[in-house]
Ligand binder design. Sequence first.
Ligand SMILES: *Cc1c(COP(=O)(O)O)cnc(C)c1O
Length: 373
Amino acid sequence: MHIHPKITPIYQTSVFKFEDLNELEQYFGEPGSRYMYSRNGNPNSDELAEAVNQWEGGAGAIATGSGMAAIFAALAACCQAGDHVLCAADIYGGSSSLLNQELSRMGITVTYVPFEQLYELEQFVQPTTRVVLAETISNPLLRVADLQRLATECHQHGLKLVVDNTFASPVLTRPLALGADLVMHSVTKYIAGHSDVTAGVVVATDPELAARLKQISILYGLTLSPMESWLAVRGLKTLRLRMREHSHNALALAQFLQEQPVVRAVYYPGLPDHPQHALALAQGSGLFGGMLSILLADETEVVNRFMHRSQRFPFAPSLAGVDSSMSYPLGTSHRYLTPEQQQQLGISPGLVRLSVGIEPVEELLADLEQALR
Ligand SMILES: *Cc1c(COP(=O)(O)O)cnc(C)c1O
């Protein structure tokens, strides 16, 4: 019987069989010709890694058990004890905690660079600096980094650029094409897209870095499981369609919210008064993504009432699912920053982040309208 499935099945197995020693030698002699042990590589995680690798235009990729594992792998591929990392100050909270609390113990130090100074690295670079970590679109204020300019600046100082492209997705921006050396995603967000998978991916432009990633993935045990990989591959197939709808809906909501007197500010790169609007337009293939933040009155009570009233934006501290949700940066992602850091990054008690889904836009507008009333 010949079985020819159209879709890659889930290879829910931890290990693969060999007929004899010849097959074993084939495994070691012809990399990629067979599988042996799922942590070392399995058809499902390879399919995910290769699909994102193609889309991002890389020389090789790994799929990992989470976005955090992807950040760890990317930094570990570029740094060792004694090295120094420059990190954009507006970085995902998990990334700064990883650097501050864990990589520091392995002898890797970090300096945070304010968003405004990302293109003037001279004053931050040390002889041991190896890498710059930045996000295409930052959280929660949706600031957009000029990746081409940043890559040029990094390479002038002999540094590698690692880009967290989670908020943009490769539909909006392909950082490697703009000069970045590594790009990573929390696949948990847009790539999988349905709030039902935890996963990550890292892509490298250089085959040697890609080989380092693969080794790190195997030896630290970061490889993504077959089932999660399969779900993420399924999500990836509709990424282009979803990003169009996310972006379309978010722009309509941003325009509506801007007109509401109780909304003190709207942060969305698609609005003409966003500080990097022109850059976002050029770098984002005409789309601005599904994330936006709004500033309500700086009172917990006002935020709580808004959360209670909204039916279509449940408070769930993640993002990028097909169903809308909201998050509260001060109480979740930015909770452990000092009050000064929170203030510097614009994280105030009235700041609410919306992850705009792909529901009919009139329903989302109607929900926000009644919730803000
Ligand atoms: C969620 C997120 C991560 C971490 O990913 P996990 O899948 O939660 O480990 C990293 N970077 C950004 C920008 C994120 O939003």
